[in-house]
Design a protein around this ligand. Structure first.
Ligand code: ADP
Ligand code: MG
Length: 604
C-alpha cells in the first residue's frame, strides 16, 4: 500500500481577495493590448460617441500607452469611481436584459480588469451638464490612487499605461509590437465598419494611421480603410428577411483572397468572428470561387436579439446563434442573389469604372441571359493556317461534351458576346449588345471550360486515351515517393502510370481532355506540377490534378486563333457555371463600358 506524501503546504480553502480575482479574470478579458483597445472602443460607442480617438505610444518592443478619447455621455462624479468596481455596469440590471442586449458591454468587467493589471487615468465629464468640472480617477493595480475634480471637455478619456506591470508571466507572453499593432488595426477596422456613423481617428506615436469620417454611406468607410480600388469589385447585398436583415458588400468572384481576413462581419453592430457566418457567405458563391479562395465581404447583420447569445466568449468576439442552420441558409441565399443580380464581369482598372460611392443598392432580378446563339453577323470563316487544325481539334473536344441544348441550361451568366478579333495570341476582343468591350483571356477561358468539363464527369467516367508508345519518366527519389502515393488518385483521373524499376515510371494513358499529345514532354511537365512541393495543400489532390489537367489541356497563350475559333471558345464559356474566373481564381475577362472609354478619351 502506498501512502500519500504528507502535505505540509496544504492550505485551507479561502475566498480570493477581489484584486486577485480581477488579475485572474484579466487574463481572459485583457489578454493583450489589443483587447484593451477593443474594450475602450466599445465603451466609447456604448456612451453614444460621435467621434473617437485612439492614440498609441510604443517603444521598439511594445505598446507602452493607450489612450481612447470620446465625446460620449461621460460619467458623473458619483459614478466615476464605481466604473472600476468589478461587475459594476450601467448597461444591464437583470439576467433577462441579456436577451435583448443592444450595448456592446454588459458584464461590468473591463475597466476593473484593465485597472487591475495597469495604471489607468480616467478623465470624464457628463455631456451637456454645463458643469465646469469633470472628474479624474487614477487606479493602479486595482487600487484607487486619486479621485479629484478637474477641468475636462465633455466625454471620457481613458489612458492605460504600464499594462501587465504586475503580471510578469502575461507580459512575457506578449507578441511583438508589430503583431499587436496589426491586431489593433483589425479591431479598429471592424468597429469602424460596424459603426460608420462614428468618426474614428487612430494614431501611433503621433502619426495618423487610420481616419474615417462620420458617414451614412458605408462604402465611404470601406474606401477610406481599404482604398477605392476594392470598391470597384464589390456588389451590394441588401436583404430583409423575417428575423434577419443583411446589408453591406461582397466581392465579385474576380476579387478573392487565400484567407478569410477580409470577411468582416458584424451582428447587431457588434464586430465578431463567426466561422458559421463566414462559411455561409462562402457557400453563397457556390462554384463561383475555387475551394481554396475566399471572398472579400463587409456585412452588417441585424438578427433578432433573442436568437443571439453574446455572452459565450470572454472577449465577446464570438457569439452563439439559435436557428443557426436557417440563418446560414438565408445568408448564403442573400449573397447568391446579390451576386447574380449584378454584372460579375470585373470592370477595367480605371477610376471611372468605380462603383459610384453614393450608389444605393437596388433589389434587381437575378441577372442571367438567354443562351440562344448570338444574333450578330454570322462568323466569318477565315483561311486556316498550320496550327489551327490542332486548335480545332481541342475545341471540338470540349464542344462534344456540351449537349446540343441541355434542358438544365436555359440561361447563361454572360450576355451574348460577339467576337471582334484577337490580340497577341492571348486576348480575345469582343463586344456585348450593351456596348461594352470585353477583353477575354483565351487560355483562362478555355481552362475554365476544360475544368468544368472534367469536374462534370462522373469519376468512373473520366476517360483516358492510351498513348501510342508509353512514355518513361525518371524522377528524383523524393518525387518518386510522392508520385507513388498519387498513383491511385491519378488513375481515377485518367492517368495510367506504373512503376518501371527504381525511380522510373511508365505512362500508359492520359486523360482524353489533354487532346492529342504531340510532345511527350508535356506529360513530364504535368507530373512535375503534381509532385512539386509547393503545390497548394489547401485543396485535395483530386482538385489539384483537375486544375493541372485543365491548365495543361487548354489552348496556350500565344496560340493564334481564328475569329471563328475565338467565337467558339466564347460560346462554350457562356455555358459555364462560373464563366468569370479560371480554376485558380484569375479573371477570364474584363469589361470596358462605352462610358469608361469615352471618359478615358476625354470625350465626356
Ligand atoms: P461594461 O461596459 O460591461 O458596462 P466596463 O467595465 O467596460 O463595463 O464599464 C463600466 C461602466 O463604466 C459602464 O457600464 C459605463 O457606465 C461606464 N463607462 C465606461 N467607459 C465609459 C465611457 N467611455 N463613457 C461613459 N461611460 C463609460
Ligand atoms: Mg465595457
Amino acid at each position: 500500500m502506498t501512502t500519500l506524501p504528507e502535505r505540509t503546504d496544504l492550505k485551507r480553502i479561502h475566498i480570493l481577495d477581489p484584486a486577485t480575482i480581477n488579475q485572474i479574470a484579466a487574463g481572459e478579458v485583457v489578454e493583450r493590448p489589443a483587447s484593451v483597445v477593443k474594450e475602450l472602443l466599445e465603451n466609447a460607442i456604448d456612451a453614444g460617441a460621435g467621434s473617437i480617438t485612439v492614440d498609441l505610444t510604443a517603444s521598439k518592443e511594445s505598446i507602452t500607452a493607450i489612450r481612447v478619447t470620446d465625446d460620449g455621455c461621460g460619467i458623473s462624479p458619483a459614478d466615476a469611481g464605481l466604473a472600476f468596481v468589478p461587475h459594476a455596469t450601467s448597461k444591464i440590471t437583470t439576467l433577462d436584459d441579456l436577451h435583448s442586449i443592444r450595448t456592446l458591454g454588459f458584464r461590468g468587467e473591463a475597466l476593473a480588469t484593465i485597472a487591475a493589471v495597469s495604471r489607468v487615468t480616467l478623465v470624464t465629464k457628463i455631456k451637456g451638464s454645463g458643469a465646469v468640472c469633470g472628474t479624474r480617477v487614477i487606479v493602479e493595480g486595482g487600487r484607487v490612487l486619486e479621485t479629484t475634480g478637474t477641468g475636462a471637455p465633455d466625454g471620457t478619456s481613458v489612458l492605460v499605461e504600464d499594462l501587465f506591470f504586475n503580471t510578469p508571466a502575461r507580459r512575457k507572453f506578449q507578441k511583438g509590437r508589430n503583431s499587436e499593432l496589426a491586431h489593433i488595426h483589425d479591431i479598429c477596422e471592424g468597429i469602424c465598419l460596424s459603426h460608420p456613423a462614428v468618426a474614428f481617428h487612430l494614431s501611433y506615436n503621433g502619426t495618423e494611421q487610420l481616419v474615417t469620417d462620420r458617414t451614412t454611406r458605408p462604402l465611404d468607410t470601406i474606401a477610406r480603410l481599404f482604398g477605392s480600388e476594392v470598391i470597384r469589385d464589390l456588389v451590394p447585398v441588401d436583404a430583409s428577411l423575417p428575423f434577419l436583415s443583411l446589408s453591406g458588400f461582397v466581392s465579385r468572384p474576380s476579387l478573392s483572397r487565400k484567407d478569410r481576413a477580409r470577411m468582416i462581419v458584424s451582428v447587431n453592430q457588434r464586430f465578431i468572428t463567426s466561422p458559421a457566418i463566414n462559411n455561409a457567405i462562402k457557400e453563397g458563391y457556390g462554384t463561383l470561387l475555387p475551394k481554396d479562395r475566399f471572398p472579400v465581404a463587409f456585412l452588417n447583420l441585424e438578427i433578432d436579439t433573442t436568437l443571439v447569445d453574446v455572452n459565450v466568449h470572454p472577449t465577446k468576439k464570438e457569439i452563439r446563434l439559435s436557428r443557426e442552420k436557417e440563418i446560414r441558409e438565408m445568408i448564403g441565399k442573400s449573397v447568391r442573389d446579390a451576386l447574380l443580380a449584378h454584372d460579375l464581369i470585373p470592370a477595367a482598372g480605371h477610376p471611372a469604372a468605380m462603383m459610384p460611392l453614393d450608389s444605393e443598392p437596388v433589389a434587381a432580378p437575378v441577372k442571367t441571359y438567354n443562351l440562344s446563339p448570338h444574333p450578330g453577323p454570322a462568323a466569318v470563316f477565315e483561311c486556316t493556317h498550320a496550327g489551327t487544325a490542332a486548335t480545332d481539334q481541342r475545341l471540338r473536344q470540349t464542344e462534344l461534351s456540351v449537349d446540343p441544348e441541355p434542358t438544365y441550361l436555359v440561361s447563361s451568366l454572360l450576355p451574348a458576346i460577339e467576337v471582334i478579333g484577337e490580340f497577341s495570341g492571348i486576348y480575345i476582343l469582343a463586344r456585348t449588345k450593351d456596348d461594352e468591350l470585353l477583353l477575354i483571356d483565351q487560355h483562362a477561358a478555355h481552362e475554365r471550360i476544360l475544368y468544368e468539363q472534367v469536374t462534370g464527369q462522373a469519376l468512373e467516367a473520366r476517360p483516358s486515351q492510351e498513348l501510342i508508345s508509353p512514355v518513361v519518366l525518371h524522377r528524383t527519389p523524393g518525387e518518386a515517393a510522392i508520385l507513388k502515393d498519387l498513383l491511385p488518385a491519378l488513375a481515377l483521373e485518367g492517368f495510367i502510370l506504373e512503376g518501371f524499376g527504381g525511380d522510373a515510371f511508365l505512362v500508359r494513358a492520359v486523360p482524353v481532355v489533354l487532346g492529342r499529345i504531340e510532345e511527350t514532354t508535356i506529360i513530364d511537365e504535368i507530373i512535375s506540377d503534381l509532385v512539386s512541393e509547393d503545390a497548394a495543400q489547401a485543396v485535395t489532390n483530386r482538385e489539384r490534378i483537375t486544375r493541372i489537367v485543365a491548365c495543361r489541356g487548354a489552348i496556350k497563350a500565344g496560340t493564334v486563333c481564328t475569329r471563328e475559333q475565338c467565337q467558339r471558345i466564347v460560346d462554350q464559356l457562356r455555358r459555364m457555371k462560373n464563366p468569370f474566373t479560371c480554376p485558380h481564381g484569375r479573371p477570364t475577362m474584363i469589361r470596358f463600358t462605352r462610358k469608361e472609354l469615352d471618359t478615358m478619351f476625354k470625350r465626356i
